[in-house]
Design a protein around this ligand. Structure first.
Ligand SMILES: [Zn+2]
Length: 316
């Protein structure tokens, strides 16, 4: 598919606006605009939402922040439930799977950029209600994750990463380019003692916001049935999760003692390893059994870091 020119991008927006003014939902307007322009739904979505994912999937060197700054991607996925037969209501063993889970949507945000990129099954060409084909959705996520130096997800190491990997494998994709992972659920459990470590509860107790309220299982069902309004709600829900996640990560990051060294990844010498600020202050030494390293504190994010270790004695 040829690249979308600036003139065409303008045209896409005009056509989309025309359908929105006719009272059509966003989802339907995307579909109509896609039909009228002959461009894929995700392309339409990109141009309406000024998304940068197209440049991401087409070249791997795009970064919104600085050309050489580390890419930190916060993300979250939503999946369809398994469908199976059972004989009762409680403590059931499912003997027969009618249908295994698949990916419904994902949402992601590059640290330092303002936009949240959200995709769902219905955004892709050829989508039909009840469709379980998540190949295009999964491919785009694979491309995006492959641009990350660090990913941030809540319960990501048990859920999102493994679930996404499962769909990558089953869709014939290789492993994404390796990235370092920060799991905010693990961080919450390791450094703090909240009454609840759920994203929604953390958001509330930290005063950072809540998750979007939804109709529970009906929303998932609505999406699977192809209801445009449900898809819109699912995307809004998914996107808010990522916004909240990034806020929680930002509040907690200075506490993470083994945080990946962002300044190193960003090719910045003598900068805070968490936020890359050069606004550092000396705070005595960090001692090990046989030596010490100068200790610094970042005046911006308040993270404590250390400099070069020096042996002070051979006797221990
Ligand atoms: Zn810092």
């Amino acid at each position: 598919m040829s690249k979308v020119t600036e003139a065409e991008s303008k045209k896409i927006k005009e056509i989309y606006e025309k359908y929105r003014k006719q009272g059509l939902s966003k989802q339907i307007a995307y579909i109509k605009t896609s039909e009228e322009t002959g461009r894929g739904r995700s392309t339409i979505f990109d141009h309406i939402n000024q998304s940068s994912i197209y440049s991401i999937t087409q070249s791997s060197s795009v970064s919104e922040v600085r050309p050489d700054s580390a890419r930190i991607i916060s993300w979250d996925i939503e999946t369809a439930p398994n469908l199976g037969w059972c004989w009762g209501k409680y403590d059931q063993t499912i003997n027969n799977y009618e249908q295994e889970w698949y990916m419904l949507s994902w949402s992601a945000k590059v640290y330092g950029s303002d936009e949240v990129i959200t995709r769902c099954l219905a955004d892709y060409k050829g989508y039909k209600p009840m469709s379980q084909d998540d190949s295009n959705l999964v491919k785009e996520l694979h491309a995006l994750l492959s641009t990350a130096d660090i990913t941030v997800a809540h319960n990501g190491e048990k859920f999102d990463i493994r679930r996404a990997n499962t769909r990558f494998l089953l869709n014939g994709l290789p492993p994404p380019r390796p990235y370092r992972s920060i799991d905010t659920l693990k961080v919450a459990k390791k450094y703090f003692s909240f009454n609840s470590n759920r994203l929604d509860d953390l958001g509330q107790v930290m005063g950072l916001g809540r998750k979007v309220k939804h109709d529970g299982f009906d929303l998932w069902k609505g999406c699977m049935m192809g209801d445009a309004k449900s898809w819109e709600q699912m995307k809004a829900y998914n996107a808010q999760d990522v916004l909240l996640l990034e806020k929680i990560y930002t509040q907690m990051r200075s506490w993470i003692t083994n945080h990946p060294n962002v300044s190193l990844m960003s090719n910045m010498a003598e900068a805070c390893s968490v936020c890359t600020s050069r606004n550092l202050i000396r705070r005595g030494f960090h001692y090990t059994t046989t030596g010490r390293s100068p200790r610094f504190q970042c005046k911006d994010c308040k993270h404590y870091g250390t400099g070069k270790w020096e042996r002070m004695t051979y006797i221990r």
